[in-house]
Ligand binder design. Structure first.
Ligand code: B12
Length: 350
């Protein structure tokens, strides 16, 4: 049923988004007209995203995917100083247009998911706490690293990490407590409109550069004669999480073949075959790429090649709803890089 409801929304997104924006602009032309045609196009794009997330949540039958997205939009809009009424009003208009456009067969289910999201939104606070809270041993390093990045001092950022590594700080701790949390903090600062897109890109590029400098530290452990392919799905540009997971496997003695961002399905299947992989690990961040994850898992299972290793999945959508990995057909899942090693042990034992 959810799949039908999802398809009913997804198939009509461009038309529905136009109708919803027409309705909003028709009722309240004043604040919107000043934004011009470009503003209108952005509104249509944003409503398109709202509908896409609604469709994804219906498809997976996981309300958390939609609710979490709405909470994110609420914070984003507050950072942009949009009036607090914009999102509830948009959702009310989406409800109106959907109730007219959908057939009786799916209407109830779609509106129930929408209403659930709308109700939960009232409790969502727009104050997001920092990800560097002072409760981890490497917090000071994380703060100093972030500060260096935000003022554009890549050299200082690099030197402090290399000095810590030379001083014996565990590389896994640097990944988890410094890189992972500063990246999340950079995302938060962008979301609340405190740093620019350019700063966000700079921090990410510099972090990737520093991660590369730690490479000599990855190959120190005993080798395991096990090989994994780590990939992001097509369209997915967030690759640092995947890179971290691959590096944790490398430090654990695995041979890793890291494909990075935006890898097409065929390419992943060939890599699994050519590498004779014992494990395929898939990373996804944007909820609207979940369809590519299930297509990749299905593709692997139907693949004519001889290599059909177990599949681990991870990334933000899976961290929002604990059963999603099963629904999508994976063999295992973990919330983070350290957990990924444990999950791999479990799936390899099956
Ligand atoms: C850097 C970044 C980018 C960069 C990515 C560059 C790159 N080379 O990776 C760029 C600029 C390309 C980008 C683009 C976008 N981004 Co962005 N981005 C980020 C940011 C700031 C950091 C990502 C990161 O490195 N995180 C750190 C890693 C370590 O965390 P992780 O990926 O979750 O990985 C850990 C676990 O999830 C797990 N894991 C991950 N994969 C796997 C796999 C397996 C098998 C297992 C077991 C575990 C596992 O282990 C990892 C390590 O512990 C995040 C903020 C955030 N909260 O993450 C936003 C963020 C993810 N982006 C966001 C958005 C909105 C976008 C864009 C839509 C922006 C736009 N308007 O264009 C686009 C979408 C691009 C696309 N098509 O994919 C939002 C998403 C919000 C939402 N609703 O979901 C975030 C949360 C920012 C925010 N706070 O608003 N982004």
């Amino acid at each position: 049923m959810s799949v039908l409801a999802s398809r009913a929304v997804r198939d009509q997104i461009p038309v529905l988004a136009e109708r919803i924006v027409d309705n909003i602009y028709g009722r309240q032309s004043e604040p919107w007209r000043a934004l011009g045609d470009v503003g209108r196009q952005k509104s249509v794009r944003d409503v398109g995203y709202h509908l896409t997330y609604l469709a994804e949540a219906l498809n997976a039958d996981e309300a958390a995917l939609f609710n979490e997205y709405l909470a994110w939009v609420k914070v984003l809009f507050a950072g942009l100083n949009f009036p607090a009424s914009v999102l509830p009003d948009t959702l009310a208009t989406i409800r109106l247009i959907l109730s007219q456009a959908l057939t009786a067969e799916v209407r109830h289910e779609v509106l129930a998911m929408l209403d659930n999201g709308q109700q939960g939104l009232e409790q969502v606070t727009t104050i997001l706490p920092s990800f560097i809270r002072g409760d981890e041993p490497l917090d000071q390093l994380a703060r100093d690293f972030l500060e260096a990045l935000l003022v554009g001092d890549r050299r200082r950022a690099s030197e402090m990490i290399l000095a810590s590594a030379r001083g014996g700080v565990n590389i896994r701790d640097i990944y988890a407590q410094v890189f992972e949390r500063t990246q999340r903090e950079v995302g938060r600062l962008w979301q609340i409109n405190q740093i620019s897109v350019a700063q966000e890109h700079f921090c990410t590029a510099a972090t990737q550069m520093v991660i590369s400098q730690l490479y000599p530290y990855l190959f120190t452990g005993e080798r395991k004669e096990r090989r994994m392919v780590m990939t992001c799905v097509g369209g997915e540009l967030h690759e640092i999480g995947a890179r971290m997971v691959a590096d944790f496997f490398e430090m654990d003695g695995w041979d890793t073949y890291f494909l990075g961002a935006n890898t097409p399905l065929e390419g992943v299947l060939r890599a699994v075959e050519e590498q004779q992989a014992d494990l395929l690990a898939i990373s996804v961040t944007m909820t609207y790429h979940l369809g590519h994850v299930s297509a990749l898992i299905d593709g692997l299972r139907q693949w004519a090649g001889s290599q059909k290793p177990p599949v681990l999945v991870g990334g933000q959508p899976f961290n929002l709803s604990s059963q999603l990995w099963r629904k999508i057909g994976a063999d295992g899942y973990a919330t983070d890089a350290q957990g990924a090693l444990r999950a791999a042990e479990q799936v390899m034992r099956k």
